[in-house]
Design a protein around this ligand. Sequence first.
Ligand code: 5GP
Length: 207
Amino acid sequence: MAEGILIVLSGPSGVGKGTVGKVLAAEKKDIYFSVSMTTRPPRAGEEDGASYFFVGEEEFTRRVEQNGLLEWARVYGHYYGTPKEKVLDCLNRGQDVLLEIDTQGAKMIKSGFPQGVFVFLLPPSLRELKQRIIGRGTEPPQKVQERFAAASLEILEAREYDYLVVNDFAERAAQEILHIVRAEKLKVNRNKNLIEILRGDGYIQCP
Ligand code: 5GP
């Protein structure tokens, strides 16, 4: 059985990764959405084990030392990381996995997992991005400026990714990501075993 596809989705704060992720989850129920571990305190409405696993710094450091995270990074003053075991388990069983992580984490994944599919979500404009960060209402005013400044820098990292998707409408952006996943599944280097199977059946005459 072919290994599942690891989709790494990044993009600046406020670009709408969460919203696009929700549309994707509704459209393609067989993708496993990895739940990250973070030392950031929960926001209103966030649930432990669903939005994130909320832990203290001690627990986070322990997981890093035990090599229990596939990647991790410090983002806006807090630690975030991807629990390793569940992700590898799903991929080995042929299930596709989506990680919604920052650009530092994506770099770490790319160095150990180059067969991943790296998608960068862009806002339609920087002006629109700022409005979305403000409109989200989750950050105090001084943090809005900090996140917006970081976002402008993060966008430069998009050059390292495989695909760019503009999030003008979450529904359309999610559809584009699904097209990417479908096309990736058809790549020859993900289907070498198919050629071997057909050869074994005698369908392909080899010289
Ligand atoms: P927020 O605090 O707004 O939920 O997330 C802040 C940033 O952390 C976002 O850019 C998000 O993509 C990133 N992030 C969330 N989970 C992870 C993770 O497991 N690893 C890394 N490297 N970044 C993450």
